[in-house]
Design a protein around this ligand. Structure first.
Ligand code: ZN
Length: 204
């Protein structure tokens, strides 16, 4: 039973695991998006099992659904020698500092996603995108735990006269990279990216 009050039919799942020669370790995948599903969306049977930490399978009709990682992107946006950070307006991590960015939409490139998100959140245009690093992240929203791959870029904002917080951003901060305390940041993935950024700046 997890925090959402959802449980799987373990007996059914074990039978299925046995018949397919899979290890019982697969029955304990840890929290993930699969925890939000109790009934088969095709036949309604309460006999879903979690397979290899990334799919649910119905023990009655065989319906399968794979949970692939969700892709998200964030950018260290430089205006001259200062970074533009966001203050999160919503949970998770409301009030914490974060990079502008967000989830990548269908049929969108990572760079286009960042340009769009930064325009929506901060009302500025950005250029000169350079890949920095990536890291896995867990994102709990609406009682569903999304497994995310965060992709980090560095970019420039040559002009910030129109800078304004909007969308899911409550405010912004202009700071030097060296002045950012890791614990002020919303996510571990972003703290890791900050370490990468500082190494990248040192080597430049
Ligand atoms: Zn089914």
């Amino acid at each position: 039973m997890d925090a959402n009050g959802v449980s799987f039919n373990i007996e059914e799942a074990m039978k299925l695991q046995n018949s397919e020669g899979l290890s019982f370790g697969d029955l304990d995948p840890g929290p993930g998006p699969y925890d939000a599903f109790r009934f088969c969306p095709r036949c309604g049977c309460e006999c879903l099992s979690v397979r290899e930490q990334r799919a649910i399978r119905c023990g009655r009709c065989g319906f399968q659904f794979f949970f692939n990682t969700s892709a998200a992107a964030g950018a260290f946006v430089f205006h001259q020698d200062r970074l533009i950070l966001c203050v999160r307006a919503r949970d998770p991590a409301k009030g914490k500092l974060d990079l502008p960015g967000g989830f990548i939409e269908f049929n969108e490139t990572v760079e286009d996603s960042l340009r769009r998100e930064i325009s929506e959140e901060l009302n500025i245009e950005t250029t000169n995108y350079r890949y920095l690093s990536s890291a896995p992240n867990d994102y709990l929203y609406g009682g569903v735990l999304y497994k995310v791959t965060d992709i980090f870029f560095v970019c420039d904002a040559p002009e910030i006269h129109a800078l304004k917080a909007a969308d899911d951003v409550a405010d912004y901060r202009l700071v030097s990279a060296g002045d950012i305390e890791p614990e002020e940041l919303a996510f571990n993935s972003t703290r890791l990216a900050l370490v990468k950024l500082k190494a990248w700046l040192d080597s430049a």
